[in-house]
Write a protein that binds this ligand. Sequence first.
Ligand code: SAH
Length: 242
Amino acid sequence: MRASILCLAMACLLAGPGSQGSEDPYAPARRQMVREIEADVVQTRREVGTKSLDRRTLEAVGRAPRHEFVPAELRRFAYDNRPLPIGFGQTISQPYIVALMTDLLGVEAGDRVLEVGTGSGYQAAILAELGARVYTVEIIPQLAERARLTLARLGYRAVEVRDGDGYYGWEEHAPFDAVVVTAASGHIPQPLVRQLKPGGRLVIPVGGPFMTQELVFVEKTAGVVRTRQVLPVVFVPLTGGH
Ligand code: SAH
């Protein structure tokens, strides 16, 4: 009896914060997904400029319960390395792309990060797993509300969701250490560059809808803005009145 109580206590200790414990039936699938992400990075090493992502990025992806962010009827595909529909014509991005964009942002614990395009809330959860304070804007109110509920239920208290047009950023919480846009824009929105701190990073798919876009990395250093094209990607379009 005493031994089994001790075992239970040990299991709790091992589970740690943010983890679902040893009972999480999705854990093996999630580990497999992380291995596939690592393999994709190796495959694209020339474009992305590295053959491996930061260990912290992979750990964050290895912790966040993606199955909680996809519609119930698609849960069995939650850890496939591909995008999935989340309703309203929108998608949760491919895990490899989420990991890559997160890694490019170089997020440190305590950073203030703006996300444009909350969608399911999954990318925001990954950023929160890295210890960031996340401000995320979603233009479809129903998606914003659903993401808000999901993130709250899972205990992601460091994420604030607002519905509105993210093209204009989130002035009240600027400046940001990093900004990630998860919908494709024809150009880099200047309000987002303005709301970056010096030394800040912005990652955004640039290009028209229904064509291949380029994932662009933007770095702002003391008044100079440098950009680098990383990889061809396909994202839903950034909408709104701009
Ligand atoms: N990051 C999301 C995936 C988002 S898909 C995730 O992890 O699930 C892109 C999202 O951007 C869609 O939900 C879409 O409604 C939203 N979007 C498009 N234009 C926008 C805009 N101008 N401002 C804010 N959100 C926008």
